[in-house]
Ligand binder design. Structure first.
Ligand SMILES: [Zn+2]
Length: 488
């Protein structure tokens, strides 16, 4: 298909951060063929011409960290620190089957597309009942929506009790629950690696919008054998590798205890850290870790809503930017965010780092926040996207500008960041194909998505109730750990 968008404001997000006041954009097949002033647009014929007088064109945003299985429990979790929250969240996943993973991924993917994201990194974790933990159902959902997706299969081969600094004496009362979790989730490193390779074989297909890659859960949740094996697998196939890093202080403390080094420097010492590695959160890192990230080219992925919701801490985004580190943005899962709206992530990023007493000259600028959501995310995932320029993948979002958010139009980038909430998204093009028009999905019925999600949640209710009640037994020891870590 050949598409022309003309007379729109084109926010290119290219290296010069060019904004074209009356721009044109042409796509051919799945690539962008032209971006420039409208009067210089190539001649037709075109399969579709979009009149852009009332539109703003932006590269499709890249949600660089989420968990697609979490969408059915949005709004349900108490605001509690990660280790407590996670016990309940993991419990909520245990009864899920393929239909539930499909419905959950469909719901989150719909929300992303309708709010201007065209690519997602799904750090997929389901449960051990199904093949690939259920990741195949999530891939199918995102293909059905027309959402580009990088699915990083979560791998973890350590017993739960060895992944957090629990006090052995106080954890005695919950050991049954801990043993149950470990028994149901732990496999040997080589079994995980074989499974991950089979997953990549089965699903990796960029022409179908799917990148499949390894996603070791977190440094402290994996043996070195599994981390190194994952890195080798990613490198051999030129794939990204995604991992959680230092989301909480408890994790950082455990890293020091186990490795005698920061979690990141341990990852580097075993040869895993590289430009293909993206690291969700990266909050409780040490000063030298910032230089290490800059030197190796790894990308921290900032998830501001989730960090606030479960009180994980404030990532050192100002310091990352000053050191030239590539920072990407994500929503994280809906169990710790409650939604999948990238405009919210962008706005929070441009707000929460403006802290009294810090050097205001290094506060996150609106353009920097938007870069994180577009071209930085593409770089992290090695996707030829995130910029409106010839040769790039044709992933484009068109927003209405005849709305309050852009009236009067003072500064389009600043208003995209501070005024827009996703509601102005009119048209979304992914891989050269229309997937949203007039704010509605084209490839799948929105009411059907909602119906499937409601039905899955109802079916899961008995399991969610009983598993979460069992998880409650662990809360006292996890609370004790939290207060001990923070010296309270
Ligand atoms: Zn996460």
């Amino acid at each position: 298909m050949r598409i022309l968008v003309r007379n729109a404001i084109v926010v290119t997000m290219n290296g010069n951060d060019e904004v074209l006041e009356r721009g044109a954009l042409v796509t051919e097949g799945n690539r962008i063929a032209f971006v420039g002033p409208a009067e210089r647009a190539p001649a037709g014929p075109f399969d579709r011409t979009v009149e852009g007088e009332r539109l703003i064109a932006l590269p499709g945003m890249i949600n660089a960290h989420c968990h697609s299985a979490a969408n059915l429990v949005r709004g349900m979790m108490a605001s509690k620190p990660l280790e407590i929250w996670r016990a309940y969240y993991r419990a909520s996943l245990r009864g899920m089957g393929d239909d539930d993973f499909y419905a959950s991924a469909l719901l989150g993917g719909m929300e992303m597309l309708k709010n201007g994201a065209t690519t997602v990194l799904d750090h997929f974790f389901g449960n051990q009942a199904g093949r690939f933990m259920g990741a195949g159902a999530a891939v199918q959902a995102m293909r059905d929506l027309g959402l580009r997706h990088v699915v990083a299969l979560t791998l973890s081969d350590k017993n739960y009790e060895d992944t957090i600094p629990l006090d052995p004496s106080t954890s005695a009362g919950v050991s049954d629950e801990i043993r149950r979790i470990s028994a149901s989730e732990v496999k040997a490193a080589n079994t995980w690696l074989e499974e991950c390779e089979a997953f990549i074989e089965a699903f990796h297909a960029p022409e179908k919008l799917t990148t499949a890659c390894p996603g070791p859960s977190a440094v402290q949740r994996c043996t070195d054998e599994l981390l190194i094996g994952s890195a080798d697998l990613a490198r051999a196939r030129q794939l990204p590798l995604h991992i959680h890093l230092a989301e909480t202080k408890a994790q950082a403390i455990l890293g020091r205890q186990v490795y005698g080094a920061s979690l990141l420097s341990h990852l580097d010492s075993i040869g895993v850290l590289g430009a293909n590695v993206s690291l969700a959160h990266s909050i409780w890192i040490e000063d030298e870790d910032i230089n290490l990230l800059a030197a190796r080219g790894g990308t921290p992925v900032h998830n501001p809503a989730s960090n606030l919701r479960i009180g994980s801490g404030l990532a050192k985004i100002r310091e990352f930017l000053r050191a030239g580190v590539n920072v990407a943005l994500g929503t994280d899962g809906s169990a710790s965010n409650d939604g999948q709206n990238m405009f919210e992530a962008v706005r929070l990023t441009a707000l929460i780092h403006n802290q009294a007493g810090t050097d205001f000259r290094h506060w996150v600028k609106p353009l920097q926040a938007l870069e994180m959501a577009t071209r930085n995310g593409a770089r992290a995932l090695a996707l030829d996207a995130g910029v409106l320029a010839p040769g790039k993948l044709a992933d484009v979002v068109l927003l209405r500008r005849d709305v309050a958010a852009f009236t009067p139009l003072n500064d389009v980038v600043s208003q995209l960041v501070f005024c827009e909430n996703g509601s102005s998204v009119d048209t979304v093009i992914v891989n050269g194909d229309f997937v949203v028009e007039h704010g509605r999905l084209l490839k799948i019925d929105e009411d059907e998505v909602l119906r499937l999600a409601r039905r899955a949640r109802m079916r899961l209710d008995p399991s969610i109730q009983s598993e979460m009640a069992a998880a409650a037994a662990m809360e006292p020891s996890l609370s004790e750990m939290y207060f001990r870590v923070f010296g309270k």
